[in-house]
Design a protein around this ligand. Sequence first.
Ligand code: NAD
Length: 476
Amino acid sequence: MQHYLNYVNGQWRDASRQLEVINPATDKVFATIARASIEDADAAMEAAQRCVNSGALTDVRPVKRAAWMLKAAEAIREIAEEGALILCRENGKNLDTAREEFDEAARLFEYYGGMTDKIEGVSIPLGKDYVDFTQYIPMGISVQIIPWNFPVSICARSLAPALAAGNAVVIKSPEVSPLAISLLIKALEKAGFPQGAINLLCGKGSEVGTHLVKHHDTNHIVFTGSVATGQRILKDAAERAIPSVMELGGKSAAIAFADVDIEQLLRSVKIGVFYNSGQVCSAMSRLLVHRSRYEEVKKAVVQLAESLTVGIGENHAELTPVVSRNHRQQILTMVDNAREEGANVLTGGKAADLEGYFVLPTIIEASADMSIAQEEVFGPVMVIMPFDDEDQAVAIANGTEYGLVAGVFGENLNQTLRVANRLIAGQVFINEWFASGVETPFGGVGLSGFGREKGQEAIYSYVQTRNIGIRLKHSV
Ligand code: NAD
């Protein structure tokens, strides 16, 4: 059985305790990983601090960092196939989805590699006696806490801009599904980043995660995960006023108008809610349909759910297991509660009769105020409901505490754009769920968090502004 290690100060490091990694498709342990201790976390922070103090990341021409970043992208592509297979085994996800994660990771390093020498300040006019300008300088040590659902691409989406801007990074990988991140970091070893610039720890959130957040040398926190954990981290971060990026959960709605192209909508439903078995923060977890098309769309969506191939990720099944036994139980409990509240489970709503942690594709007819229509499920579960007019659709879509993404489907661009302008969300898709890329800013409002990842804008979450004002002496 393969054993994976932590990466501290440029060295792979074992620990006295270990965590077991289970394949969600077989319910069997297939690898172990060193479980980082508080001492490992301190060593990682010291290494990062030495790297920051040495100036190895910041005293070079920015184009040097670009070279490291581009080499990193190349190295990620070289190990992508091996990494995708491990990701598929530890996470349960479809092999193609796992490949996409490595591809996105490489793209992120290319994209932010291109930005290292374009993080430009401005000159501010203060009159003839002064020269004034701003600089964007790195935060220092960025602590990055990663969830299990897209461990590789989410790790890269925070790591790449942090390094591009000249920060040293300490990553806390998720205790479920930590292996593929190790491969990602192995690839980055070849890129030439200075010693201590990248450190990786796999440990318990409540132990190592909290310790890193509270550490006196932490200058910046990027957290991607659940609302409850994000809130706890924010309280700890507040003690030392540490700037944070919070990428939390969602309960995102798609609105389908009477003139919706149903085939286009179904393609979006398929990826919107069943991609990665619905374990996507920006999943289309609610579908609101104009009453005139409601029955037709409902029937088509149920047919779609029932047509999906259910199986293991390595066989490219469309619906793969969820990440853990516990998580499956949480999903099924939420569906049971929905039934008790009076929601109508149109299809699915139970485990598949297969080895592994499968939840059948589930469509639930519910009203907007029911818990299943308000709370994040994080599984292959979509709520569907009718609406009568634009105002009602907007009110329902905006009627949760989240605000990550939203979608509008219809042929009338005036209407879709008008409604998009009224949706409270960090990103709105018109006529294609996930119409976006590494180039487009992503992040939430409300309980979905704050700060933006991806796109040029994200780089400004990884720097701080320093203003320099100069008083000139004039000769008389
Ligand atoms: P989680 O909050 O349970 O864990 C996320 C990470 O936080 C893990 O690495 C965990 O070890 C660590 N952690 C746990 N307690 C901690 C503590 N007290 N201090 C520091 N770290 C701690 O979330 P999860 O179950 O891994 O991920 C699922 C959640 O993540 C969902 O709610 C989903 O919507 C959200 N998510 C959001 C985005 C986004 O970009 N907005 C992306 C992916 C996932």
